[in-house]
Design a protein. Structure first.
Lengths: 339, 370
């Protein structure tokens, strides 16, 4: 990727298929676009309540898509899809979370006093967090003290370089002024190309409907100055909505805080504008490798290689034309009978 | 449905998809000796009977309950593999038609023009049939979008289809010879593009079995297109005129087999899906049919009409098998998270190792990226 950094706003000489792209909304043609908005999902404070899943379903009027007990911990919605735009993953591990102990005695904690503080208690003020050090010599039945239960609310990443948008042949998928990626359902003809293009497996065709559906980052609510339904409903502020720049700063601070608290597993996922998709509009703080949560460890937008693909296809087409021409030249002209 | 029980001894009667998977910092082995990478794709997906032991990769592999990371397309094998096959048959057929017309082989030319019109009509029909909203197929021509191979392909078909149609109709009708020659020429020039672009269509996805072969896939597809078109020419043209068809069969089979082998060698982990399961079976059949068809055409095609027709049928079947094989291999590579996670994990580890090396070796020197 050569970054020749021409005049702002000019698309000439810039490769928009991959690499760092500071202003996707502007490059998509939105003059005076507002700040790029996104999600920072801090999974270290997710409690797995699934309020985000419910709020999303309710606000966006997403149809029911099967009620199933999977046995995958508390996860019965199984993954993102046409009718699941927020999905809470549950992972049970035999591993301590920072200094946390599973058998800490909390009987002296006044839960009513905590509740009186209201929802969204900042971690610094919370009496117990996953990182609260356990007292020495805490009881440990059967000698088993190691367990952690990871929960993470997954969502469309609203990539800087969105493969679904790139490959959409109808222009149904588009970049909004907020830098998010949205499907126009009155345009989509259900070709399904976006489905295998997405490196995260987010977008999907809805059975019976045929069209492709995914998170819109509540485009309708954003337009009215409201935060998305999932962020609004999240009781622990695990889902934070805001200008992407600000979220990235906040996330870096949170990782440093967790590392200082001994949660060395904490890492950001999708926040780096240098990564294979140019950074995600919705990024995460994870407590384990991304694949543990069902996320690809190093996603790359497939269209990064598209210029090379077209070149190879051109060479292959030329080979076909040239090879068959050579065959005819070698076979020669048949005598007589010309029309 | 949930048959597992949690007891003091651990989990009993648990089904393989129910494993909570562990990540880095823990050894992958569970106390019960099972590997941490649970085999699961859910009950809705059928899985090939792949040997679990064969699949153990070098990189540490974990996934979320064995579920796929990316989504396989909802495309039907008949529609999309059929679309690839017919597009190739039409595109390469138009080149054969033009060549035959120019070298005094009118019966082969007419047969190939008719075959190309039928094939491109069928191919477009299958494409529309596979849409979730077939009534909105015209939206394909709503925008021109070079980043979308499907948009490029729609416009290619919109230009190629009428050209191939005019060439066939005017040939049979016998009027407007100049327009007929122009249409034949235009179809011959657009045909190879129609045959090649479908490879980009498949490769421009996150599907490991398709994307990772993007350098060779266009050659697999154009080779396969030549195989199909030469097969049609052998079946439809008289022995006197089928010399170029025999040459095209050998050329197409050589390109296809060589490109497929190269692709499998260079693809990495996802190449497994080209050797095993449904994809592997179709591709083995494709190679056998191509080689047999091309050999039959080259050795016997000029002697007997029957031998030519049988070779032609084998070549047509070979091309269809290639497309079905590539289609199924891609689906298999999308449905197993291993093919997505392991190569990415290895790439990530290599990059981190490089960064560490650079940080150790040249302190103060900043890597400005490549």
């Amino acid at each position: 990727m050569t970054d020749t950094s021409p005049a702002p706003g000019s698309l000439v000489g810039r490769n928009l298929l991959a690499g760092v792209e500071p202003d996707p909304a502007g490059d998509a043609g939105h003059a005076d676009a507002p700040q790029r908005m996104g999600f920072f999902t801090d999974t270290s404070v997710c409690i797995g309540c699934k309020a985000c899943e419910v709020a999303c379903k309710e606000w966006n009027a997403i149809p029911e898509d099967g009620l199933e007990l999977t046995g995958m911990s508390y996860d019965n919605s199984q993954g993102l899809g046409a009718s699941t735009w927020r999905h809470v993953a549950f992972i049970e591990q035999n591993k301590p979370l920072g200094h946390a102990q599973t058998a800490v005695d909390h009987s002296d904690v006044d839960v009513f006093a905590l509740a009186a503080q209201g929802s969204g208690t900042p971690p610094a003020e919370a009496a117990i967090t996953p990182t609260t050090p356990a007292p020495e010599g805490a009881p440990s039945p059967d000698g088993r003290t190691e367990l952690r239960w990871l929960m993470s609310s997954d969502v469309c990443k609203h990539c800087t370089h969105a493969a679904c948008l790139d490959v959409c042949p109808t222009g149904s998928l588009f970049r909004t002024e907020f830098g998010t990626v949205v499907v126009q359902e009155d345009i989509c003809n259900g070709c399904g190309y976006c489905v295998p293009a997405c490196p995260y497996g987010v977008i999907e065709q809805r059975p019976g409907d045929g069209r492709a559906w995914k998170c819109t980052l509540c485009y309708d609510r954003l337009g009215a100055g409201q935060e998305p339904a999932c962020a609004k409903a999240c009781p622990t502020d695990s889902i934070q909505f805001g200008p992407l720049e600000e979220l990235r700063e906040r996330a870096a601070g949170r990782v440093a805080q967790l590392h200082a608290a001994g949660v060395t597993d904490a890492r950001l996922y999708g926040e780096d504008p240098q990564d294979g998709v140019g950074g995600d509009g919705a990024f995460f703080l994870l407590l384990d490798e991304p694949e543990v949560y069902g996320l690809p460890p190093d996603p790359v937008v497939t269209t990064r290689d598209l210029p090379s693909m077209w070149r190879h296809a051109g060479a292959a087409a030329a080979t076909l034309l040239g090879g068959l021409a050579a065959v005819f030249a070698a076979s020669g002209r048949l005598p007589g009978r010309r029309r | 449905m949930n048959s597992g029980d949690v007891t003091r001894q651990g989990i009993r009667g648990e089904r393989p998809p129910r494993q909570a998977l562990v990540g880095q910092g823990l050894d992958g082995a569970r106390p019960d000796g099972r590997s941490a990478d649970g085999r699961a794709g859910g009950r809705r997906r059928r899985r090939g009977r792949k040997g679990e032991q064969l699949m153990v990769p070098e990189a540490e592999f974990s996934s979320y309950y064995g579920r796929p990371v990316i989504k396989a397309p909802a495309w039907s094998a008949r529609d999309i593999a059929g679309y690839f096959f017919l597009g190739g048959l039409a595109g390469a057929g138009s080149v054969l038609a033009a060549g035959a017309a120019l070298t005094g082989r009118p019966r082969m030319a007419r047969a190939m023009k008719i075959s190309s019109l039928a094939a491109v009509s069928g191919s477009t029909g299958l494409l529309i049939h596979d849409l979730g909203r077939p009534g909105r197929f015209a939206n394909m021509l709503r925008v021109v979008k070079p980043t979308s191979p499907m948009s490029v392909g729609s416009w290619l078909l919109a230009a190629y289809g009428p050209a191939a149609g005019a060439a066939a109709v005017l040939d049979v009708w016998g009027r407007l010879p100049r327009l007929e020659r122009t249409a034949t020429g235009a179809a011959a020039l657009l045909g190879p593009a129609v045959a090649a672009y479908t490879a980009v269509l498949a490769a421009d996805t996150a599907v490991p079995g398709w994307h990772d072969g993007y350098r060779q896939m266009p050659f697999v597809f154009t080779g396969s297109a030549a195989v199909a078109a030469s097969g049609m020419a052998l079946a439809a043209a008289p022995v006197r005129e089928n010399g170029p068809a025999r040459g095209a069969a050998v050329f197409g089979a050589a390109v296809e087999v060589a490109a497929t082998q190269t692709m499998e060698r260079r693809m990495g982990l996802a190449a497994e899906t080209y050797r095993t399961g449904t994809g592997g079976r179709y591709l083995r059949a494709a190679t056998a049919l191509s080689v047999a068809g091309a050999a039959g055409a080259a050795l016997l095609g000029h002697r007997s009409r029957t031998a030519a027709a049988v070779s032609g049928a084998a070549l047509l079947a070979a091309s269809a098998c290639t497309r079905l094989g590539v289609f199924h291999a891609g689906i298999a590579s999308a449905e197993d998270p291993r093919y997505t996670v392991v190569p990415q994990r290895e790439r990530l580890e290599r990059r981190r190792a490089r960064e560490r090396e650079q940080a150790d070796g040249a302190p103060g020197q900043e890597d400005t990226g490549s």
